[in-house]
Structures are given as C-alpha cells and as structure tokens.
Design a protein around this ligand. Structure first.
Ligand SMILES: CC(=O)N[C@H]1[C@@H](OP(=O)(O)OP(=O)(O)OC[C@H]2O[C@@H](n3ccc(=O)[nH]c3=O)[C@H](O)[C@@H]2O)O[C@H](CO)[C@@H](O)[C@@H]1O[C@H](C)C(=O)N[C@@H](C)C(=O)N[C@H](CCC(=O)O)C(=O)O
Length: 482
C-alpha cells in the first residue's frame, strides 16, 4: 500500500492498494494506467476500470468517460509513468538486489540459467525468463521471457522480500522495446549475440539492434557490460555503453577466452584463459555456441567478484537446462538431443555439431517442423540444410496456429531432394517413430520445442507432454528402459 501523495505530487493522501494497466484485473482503491497498445488503446477501458474500483486514472489523451469522484492525472507518456510509479509502489526492488540482464538473439535462457545455478551456490539467486520464474525453491510459469513492468516489479519485490540477493533475468528485444525493463536497475548487462530476428515486430535489423543496445545504454559507469567480442555487433554495443567492459570470445583477443576447443557428443574441453592464467577445463556443455555461453558466465562471475576456483567450479559443473541441447543417451547405443532451436542459424549450428562429433558412425535423424502463420522462409531454409547434413527427416507439427500441418511440412519437404523424409503430423507419434528407427550410434535430433509443454493452435494452446518426456517414455516402452 502507498499513499497517493507518495506517488504523485498532489495534495491527497488516499490509500492506494494496487496499480494496474489492464482493466480486467483492476481492484478497488487502485490506479489505472491507460496504455496505448499495438492492438488496442487502454484509454478505451477507463469506464471498466472505474467500475472495477479504480480511484485514479493516469492518461495521456482525451478520455471517453469522466466521473466526478475520480482523480485524473494527465501525463505525456503513460508507459513511462507506469515504470516510474510501479518502481516506487514496490519500493525500488531492483536497487536492493544485483540484477543481471542477459540479452541476445540466442543463448539468453542458457546463460541466465547458468548464472542462476552458479550463483545459487553462494547466495540466494532468482531467475526470470523463458523457462520460468524461480526463487527460493519456487518455480512459477512466466508469462513472457521478459514480463511486463508491473508484473516484473511485483515479482522483484516478492523476490527481495523473501531474501533473494541476485536475479539473473532475460531481457528480450520485445521487452526492451516495449519498455518492460525501463525501471529495472541492472548491475550487469550481458550480450550473447545479435542476429536479425523478430523483424515482423521491429521492422528493421537496425531497430532490433537498437532494442538490444538499450540494455547497455541503461547501465551506469559503475556497472558491467559483458560483451561477445566475436559478434558483429560488438563494437557498436561497446561504443554505446558507459559500463565497465568485460569481453569474451574464441576468435578475437578478449578478457575471457577459450582456445583449443574440442567438442564431443557429451561434453566439451578447452583452454580457459582469464586474468593472465590458462586452465584446461572439461565442461558438460555441447557445441561451440555453448562454449560462448560458458565464457559469458565466466565474465559474470568475475564481475560478481568470484575467485578463480569458484569460476572453474562453475564451468566444470554447468547444469543442463531443460530442452536446451538436452542429451539423452540410450543404453542401446543411440543418443537423442532435444533443443529449442528457433532460428535457422540455431539449426545449422546443431547440424554442424552433430555432424562433426558423430565421426561418420551412425545416422543423423531429425524430427522437426516449422511454425504456422509466421517466418515462412524458414520452411525452405530448413529443407535446404536438411539435405546438407541429415540422413533422415521426420517432418511434424510445431505450433501450427491453425495452419494445416501437412501444408507446412510439404513446404519443407519440397526442398528435400537428397535424403529420406516422411510427414507424421502428430509430434508425439513422430518422436516415437524416430526412437523406434534408432540404431546403435545414431543421433536423433528433436528440434523446435525444447522445454515447452504446449502446442499453439489457432486459438489458445493444447497441452503437450514435452519432447524429452516423450523421448524417455518411448525408450522405456520400446526398449524396456534406458
Ligand atoms: C508484440 C507484443 O509484445 N505485444 C504486447 C503488447 O500488446 P499490445 O500493444 O497489442 O497491447 P494491447 O492488447 O493493445 O493492450 C493495450 C493496453 O490495453 C489494456 N487492456 C486491453 C484489453 C482490455 O480489455 N483492457 C485493457 O486494459 C492492456 O492491458 C494494455 O495495457 O502489450 C501487451 C500488454 O502489455 C502484451 O501482452 C503483448 O504481448 C504479446 C501478447 C506477446 O505475445 N508478446 C510476445 C511476442 C513477447 O513479448 N515475446 C517476448 C520474447 C520474444 C522472443 O525473444 O522470442 C517476451 O519477452 O516474451
């Protein structure tokens, strides 16, 4: 609870019990912020909000409804106000903890999860991101990778109240562009890599890069910017931050480096170089892109003041993240990798990795599909790279959003000219078929859904057991256990 005059410079000490930006959730004695959205304008819902009990309306343009007993506050930008007021309402939670923001096209979830796991050994650490919201042994579903301002501030407040000291959170380009993190005080900003994704939302790559860049513009000169010096956007981000810079890389000379990288199906080995020392390490992460993620983790631990042994311990004991290069090895001698793969570059990186580590033994079999009603060019691209790397492909559903699954799969199949492919619309049956097909030394890739336990339909979502659950159950049923 706050008094209105603690939030606004007005002569009214009315008790405010909650603040809202969605009229459907407004509670009595609250403030409603009218936010202009991409599809509707929150100013439209003032009457609903008042009916539900809002006593104060924060708005920026002419309203359709006025009531004499309501306090109206006109501002230039209601989203900016929502950020400012929610920060005060929840007692500036991000000032009381160390918040580590991770942005980039790929690797946000893995890096943020690695930071959460590593820091949890030393202090109470929370996580906010694609997979969930986690703190103090609690795990909740997170509505967005980067949740909206109000929700975010409330959760940071709850985390702080329950003793959390460090939060590793993902900062998506949507979250940054839609100002969901404007009032978060980040201590460390991490960049994984910057491609050209979500152009349907951002319009151009320039806008996309600007959204990512914002995280680094937000931090102060006493904070840290952890940057991937092998990435094309490195110099640009470096020039647009006043934070202290820590760099990592494999190709370019950096503060933290991996050299002599050796990739194996179930782990990686490399020389880890930092602070003038070289340590030969073995880490249970798969593929080169995950070595970059480990290097980002090392930079964060250094920025957090961890000593060498804490860093090495974290690198050697990185925990697997559900649905991210998750390796399931069957005792029958074949291996399954489940990965979230979103962009064509992710598919190519995984195909290259498995092609390299299989050493010409066994076949590469993939279960994959393409999303419905978006990113249409992915279908052709998938077909083309399947030809290049795979031996067999099972095409199946992946969030069809009401589009015909066969049409989507056929669009991929039309490009597959050199290898066997089959369409099995049900994702569960497709995965079971792949497990049934598997022989010793084969590598089965189950791609595109990762940790997700739903399939997006035309309206809403259908429950789905999850790729790795289906894999494990199929191994159990077909081969009598793993
Ligand atoms: C493109 C996008 O991100 N859109 C977000 C945006 O939607 P919008 O601008 O269309 O909002 P709107 O529905 O027009 O509503 C405007 C205002 O009116 C209010 N309203 C609306 C209806 C009503 O009855 N009463 C009412 O008060 C709304 O609460 C809101 O404050 O603002 C909404 C409310 O703030 C968000 O829910 C919505 O997220 C949509 C649903 C979404 O799916 N976003 C995804 C793409 C997203 O953010 N993804 C990123 C990760 C991307 C990635 O890296 O893969 C993420 O961080 O999760």
């Amino acid at each position: 609870m706050k008094r209105l005059n603690e939030l606004y410079d007005i002569d009214n000490d009315m008790k405010i019990y909650s603040i809202h930006s969605d009229s459907r959730y407004v509670k009595p004695y609250s403030i409603f912020f009218c936010i202009e959205g991409l599809s509707v304008d929150g100013h439209r819902y003032v009457e609903d909000a008042i009916f539900q009990g809002a006593k104060v309306i924060v708005y920026s343009k002419e309203l359709p409804y006025y009531h004499e007993k309501i306090i109206y506050i006109l501002v230039d930008n209601t989203l900016e106000e929502l950020n400012r007021v929610s920060n005060i309402f929840y007692d500036y939670p991000s000032n009381k903890m160390k918040i580590i923001g991770v942005t980039g096209s790929s690797g946000k979830t893995v890096v943020a999860s690695m930071i959460k796991d590593a820091m949890s050994r030393y202090c109470n650490t929370g996580y906010i991101g694609t997979i969930s919201l986690e703190y103090n042994g609690r795990k909740e579903e997170c509505p967005y990778t980067t949740p909206e301002t109000l929700y975010l501030q409330r959760k940071l407040f709850e985390m702080n109240r329950s003793g959390v000291k460090v939060v590793a959170m993902e900062a998506s380009s949507h979250g940054l562009a839609l100002r969901r993190v404007d009032s978060v005080n980040f201590s460390i900003a991490v960049m994984t890599n910057i491609g050209a994704e979500h152009l349907d939302f951002h319009g151009t790559r320039e806008q996309y890069v600007l959204a990512k860049q914002k995280l680094f513009e937000m931090i102060k000169h006493t904070d840290w910017a952890v940057l991937n010096s092998d990435d094309d956007a490195f110099l640009r981000i470096k020039q647009n931050t006043q934070g202290k810079i820590l760099t990592y890389g494999i190709e370019t000379n950096s503060d933290v480096m991996a050299r002599n990288v050796r990739l194996y199906l179930d782990h990686s080995e490399f020389d880890l170089m930092f602070k003038g020392n070289t340590f030969h390490v073995s880490s249970p992460v798969l593929a080169k892109f995950n070595i970059y993620n480990v290097l980002a983790l090392v930079c964060v631990l250094i920025a957090m003041g961890c000593d060498d042994s804490m860093v090495l311990d974290a690198v050697k004991n990185v925990e697997a993240v559900e649905g991210r290069m998750e390796l399931i090895q069957a005792k029958q001698g074949f291996s399954v990798i489940v990965d979230y793969c979103q962009h064509i570059s992710n598919y190519e990186e995984i195909f290259e990795f498995v092609d390299r580590v299989r050493q010409n033994r066994g076949r590469l079999i993939a279960v994959l599909g393409a999303p419905g009603k978006r990113n249409y060019k992915l279908r052709k691209e998938l077909g083309e790279i399947a030809n290049k790397y795979l031996d067999h492909v099972i095409l199946t559903q992946l969030d069809d959003r009401g589009e015909n699954v066969y049409d989507i799969c056929e669009a991929i199949q039309n490009e597959i000219t050199d290898i066997n492919s089959v369409i099995i619309a049900s994702r569960q049956i497709a995965i079971e078929q792949a497990i049934e097909l598997a022989c010793k030394d084969d590598i089965i890739l189950i791609l595109g859904k990762g940790h997700e336990k739903f399939i997006s339909l035309e309206v809403g979502q259908a429950d789905y057991p999850g790729d790795s659950t289906i894999v494990k159950e199929a191994i159990e049923r077909i081969y009598g256990g793993n």
